[in-house]
Design a protein around this ligand. Structure first.
Ligand code: DTR
Ligand code: ZN
Ligand code: ZN
Length: 502
C-alpha cells in the first residue's frame, strides 16, 4: 500500500502544483506507476529478429573465449565460453532494474570427455563404434585384449552374464534396460569392456547416465556391424578383440540462473526455460543459444508491462550432459514450491536453418493435465498465422522431462535437430528434403551462419504469446493435480536428455 500511497501522494502532490496528471505520471519512474497490463500483441510487437541476431553475435563472441582451452569456440559447462554466457545472462537481467529477483543455483554436474577410442573385433574395425556418453576409460587408459563374449538375452539380469566373461569383452544386445545397467552388470561380471549393439536398424550413440563404480568402458554399435560377430559367437567361433577408450568423467560445479518477476501472483507462476550450455564440439548458437537469447529478449521486453501472474525464466546448465540442471532444480523443489508452477515451457532450438515448426505432442492422457492445453496454444498460434506445424514426440529429450516427471504440465516447441526433413515437410516449410533440420547439430558449425532468422522471429513471438497469455490469466487452464506422474509410461522412455539412455 505504501508504494501505491506514495505514488498517489506523488500524483496528488504534483497535481497540487496544477500540472496535468498525464505529465505527472510521465515524471514518475515506471517502477512506481502501474504499467500497462501485458498483452500478447503488445509483447509480440516488441520482438524483432534484428535484436535477436544482435544478441547472437554477442553470444558467439562469448563462445570464442573458450578457444585457448578447446582450440575452437564452445560453451560447454566448465569452459570460459559457458562462464561468460552465465555472466551475460545474469548481468542482462540485473541490468533491467528491480523487475526480477535473480538467483544463481549452483549444483554438481558430471561431465564426460572422450579423447581417443578404438574397437577391433576379430580383424574388423567397425565404423559404427561410438563410445557411450559418460563412459569410463579402459584400464590405465590403455587398450585391453580379450575374447568377445555374447551375453544372453538383453543383458539386464546378472544371470545373463556367463562366468567366462571375466577378462573378456562383453557383446550385449540393446533393449529392456538402460545402457548403464548393462555396463554395470558387465563390470560386475569382470568384463574389461562392453559393446552394446543396436536392436533397431542404424547406428546407436547413447549415454551410461549417472556414473557407477562398476561401469566399464562401453561402446555402442550398429545392428549391421554387430550381426556377423553375433552369428560367429552363436556358432561357437572365437573372436579376439581389442577395446581402447581414453576418457575422463569429472564432477564440476556449474550454475542454473533463475529470474522471477517481482510482480504477479507468486503462487501462480508460468515458467519457461532454455539451456545456457552447448556441447564441447561447438558454440551452440542454435542449440540452445536461440532459446537462451529468446528468453533474454522476452525478459527484457516484459519489463515494460505489469502482469497478473508471476513469470519465472530459467537458463539451465548441463542440459547436454543429460538434463542435469533442470533435474537438479526440480529435485530440490518442495511440494509447496512445485505446486506454484502452473506449467513449464521448454525452448530448445528455435532457429534451425532447415527448420520445421515442431510442437511437442503432449497429451493429458500421458502427461500432467494441462500439457495438452499448452500444446494446443502452440498449434493455434501457427494455424492462426497461416503456418504449418508438425507434432514431434514428447520423448524426454530436453529440459521439460524433469517437470513432467514431477506432476508439472509441460510442453514446448522446436525447429529440429538431426532428424531428416521429409518431402512433405519441404512442401510445408521450404528448405531441403533429405537434409537434417539442423545440419550443424552438435557440430562446430552451429555458429552465426546456422540460424534461420524468420523461423527464430516467429517462434520468439510465439514464446512471447505464451508468456503474455499466462502472465495475464490462467482462466480455463487446468489446476495442478499433484506432484506425481504416470510412472508406467515414463519407465518406457528411451531418452532423458539429448542422448539415448536405453
Ligand atoms: N536440443 C537437443 C535436444 C532435443 C530436444 N528436443 C529434441 C528433438 C529431437 C532431437 C533433439 C532434441 C539438444 O540439446 O541436444
Ligand atoms: Zn538443446
Ligand atoms: Zn544439444
Amino acid at each position: 500500500m505504501r508504494s501505491a500511497a506514495l505514488s498517489l501522494g506523488l500524483i496528488s502532490g504534483i497535481s497540487a502544483f496544477r500540472i496535468p496528471l498525464s505529465q505527472a505520471l510521465e515524471q514518475l519512474p515506471l517502477a512506481d506507476a502501474r504499467k500497462e497490463l501485458v498483452s500478447s500483441s503488445g509483447l509480440q510487437d516488441q520482438i524483432h529478429a534484428s535484436n535477436l541476431l544482435d544478441r547472437a553475435k554477442v553470444l558467439y563472441g562469448l563462445a570464442e573465449q573458450a578457444i585457448d582451452e578447446y582450440n575452437h569456440p564452445t560453451r560447454v559447462i566448465g569452459s570460459k565460453g559457458h562462464l561468460a554466457t552465465l555472466d551475460y545472462i545474469y548481468s542482462t537481467i540485473v541490468g533491467l532494474g528491480d523487475y526480477y529477483d535473480v538467483t544463481n543455483q549452483s549444483f554438481p554436474a558430471v561431465s564426460g570427455n572422450v579423447y581417443e577410442s578404438r574397437l577391433v573385433l576379430g580383424h574388423e574395425v567397425p565404423v559404427s563404434a561410438r563410445p557411450m556418453g559418460l563412459t569410463p576409460a579402459t584400464k590405465n587408459k590403455q587398450p585391453v585384449y580379450g575374447q568377445l563374449i555374447l551375453v544372453s538375452n538383453q543383458g539386464c539380469d546378472v544371470a545373463d552374464y556367463p562366468s567366462d566373461l571375466a577378462g573378456a569383452i562383453a557383446l550385449i544386445k540393446r533393449g529392456t534396460c538402460p545402457f548403464g545397467t548393462k555396463s554395470e552388470l558387465a563390470g560386475k561380471a569382470g568384463a574389461l569392456a562392453a559393446v552394446v549393439y543396436n536392436n533397431e536398424p542404424g547406428e546407436m550413440s547413447g549415454t551410461l547416465g549417472t556414473p557407477s563404480p562398476n561401469h566399464v568402458a562401453t561402446f555402442g554399435l550398429s545392428d549391421t556391424d554387430a550381426a556377423p560377430f553375433v552369428h560367429k559367437l552363436k556358432h561357437g567361433k572365437k573372436v579376439d578383440s581389442i577395446a581402447y577408450i581414453d576418457a575422463t568423467v569429472d564432477t564440476i560445479h556449474t550454475t542454473n540462473i533463475i529470474a522471477q518477476t517481482k510482480g504477479g501472483n507468486p503462487e501462480n507462476c508460468v515458467m519457461l526455460g532454455g539451456h545456457s550450455d552447448s556441447v564441447t564440439e561447438g558454440p551452440g548458437i542454435n542449440d540452445d543459444g536461440s532459446g537462451t537469447l529468446t528468453l533474454l529478449e522476452i525478459a527484457t521486453q516484459l519489463t515494460k508491462y505489469s502482469i497478473n501472474n508471476c513469470v519465472r525464466f530459467a537458463w539451465w546448465a548441463a542440459e547436454e550432459e543429460g538434463l542435469l540442471g533442470s533435474d537438479y532444480y526440480v529435485s530440490v523443489l518442495s511440494e509447496e514450491e512445485n505446486l506454484k508452477i502452473r506449467l513449464f515451457m521448454d525452448y530448445d532450438m528455435l532457429a534451425s536453418p532447415n527448420f520445421a515448426y515442431q510442437v511437442y505432442n503432449a497429451t493429458n492422457a500421458v502427461n500432467p493435465v494441462g500439457s495438452e492445453e499448452l500444446r494446443d496454444l502452440y498449434t493455434e498460434f501457427y494455424v492462426s498465422h497461416g503456418l504449418n506445424f508438425s507434432y514431434i514426440p514428447f520423448d524426454g529429450r530436453s529440459d521439460y522431462d524433469g517437470f513432467i516427471r514431477n506432476g508439472i504440465p509441460g510442453g514446448g516447441i522446436a525447429t529440429g535437430a538431426e532428424g531428416v526433413k521429409t518431402e512433405e515437410e519441404q512442401m510445408m516449410y521450404g528448405g531441403v528434403a533429405g537434409d537434417w533440420y539442423d545440419p550443424c547439430y552438435h557440430q562446430l558449425c552451429d555458429n552465426l551462419g546456422n540460424l534461420n532468422a524468420t523461423a527464430w522471429e516467429i517462434n520468439s513471438k510465439l514464446v512471447a504469446h505464451t508468456v503474455a497469455t499466462y502472465a495475464l490469466s490462467f482462466e480455463g487452464f487446468p489446476a495442478r493435480t499433484g506432484t506425481n506422474s504416470n510412472a508406467m509410461e515414463l519407465e518406457k522412455r528411451k531418452y532423458h536428455g539429448p542422448k539415448l539412455l536405453m
